[in-house]
Ligand binder design. Sequence first.
Ligand SMILES: *Cc1c(COP(=O)(O)O)cnc(C)c1O
Length: 399
Amino acid sequence: MLAERVKKIKPSPTLAIDSKAKAMKASGVDVISFGVGEPDFDTPEHIKDAAIRAMKEGFTKYTAVGGIDPLKDAIIEKLQKDNGLSYKRDEILVSCGAKHSLYNIAQALYGPGDEVIIPSPYWVSYPDQVLLNDATPVFVRTYEADSFVLKPEALEAAVTPRTKALILNSPSNPTGMLYDRKALEKIAALAVKHNFYVVTDEIYEKLVYDGACHISIASLGEEIKALSLVVNGLSKSHAMTGWRIGYTAGPAAIIKAMTNIQSQSTSNPNSIAQKAAVAALTGPQDFVAMMHGEFDKRRKYLVEQLNTIEGMTCRMPAGAFYAFPNTSKIYGRRFGDRVIAGSNDLALYLLEEAKVALVHGAAFGDDDYVRLSYATSLEDIIRGVQRIREALGNLKAGK
Ligand SMILES: *Cc1c(COP(=O)(O)O)cnc(C)c1O
């Protein structure tokens, strides 16, 4: 018999779509994937070289559980330089990817009876990590008309004496929304007033467009900093998804608890990847700018094109690498005797008929949308959009 908690969760839906698309590809089908949430660029050479050097030098043993000091120092310097945040070594924990950082936070903070507020649409792992720790996710809907920004009134209405934390993700996966200073100040004031933690997932901070700037809510004052757990990592910024390095900055007591949890579960993150991460953070950053420029071009092309497809409307996302078009006008249309009733049907139809993989909005808590990652070549984006246009053109009005 499996443990009770296992029944509450599901496999990551984004990884599930990706594996279905990969399986189709492996069997020879020319699938174009807008499904994946990882940069299509290769990890820069100087980062790989640092890893090779680490191996050759025998840096292949256990390290300190929470990460090596040179990496903690590189993270501290980054947080100071990019985010205006001052932390000490005992306020930093390096983990096996930002997802692991978020899981350590969940283990350290959430328990039975606790409520964790999650604005929707949300990243797929937030609710399940809350459930795995016997706490209750409380969803607060955000709306396209508000650019998916969490309204302070809606947040306050969801707060109860059991509210333990709010999970923020800016720029957002899946909506591409970015909080400005004003919106963050209002949220920070509520966190301080009601004394709940803010888990701030800043993994897409380097990917903001049109001259916008990313602000960490933790930088808005000492009171909110004391309630903030800043989560970030190398996966998205340096195309290092496979290396599994993420980190948390936060109050020393919480970091210590998380470090103890990590010491009893994974131990240290991979020693070689830690050396690579030092090179990524302290080496040249021109790669980050190059990737940003490419994503920006694709973003504009994809969103422009999606808006010319009948039945779809798409906001220009301010950050990350996802387009999140509203597809609700398509629901109810038919293909033969098959009805496209919602985002899941639409995603399946496009995968089977157009050989295009994307993720149904329902996976992120909003059935009116689908998510397309533009972390794929412009050439594939051009071909993929054409296929979507044709496949949707073949649908008939519902009865
Ligand atoms: C990709 C992603 C992560 C996890 O990144 P890893 O460091 O690879 O674990 C965390 N949060 C969001 C919103 C993401 O999209």
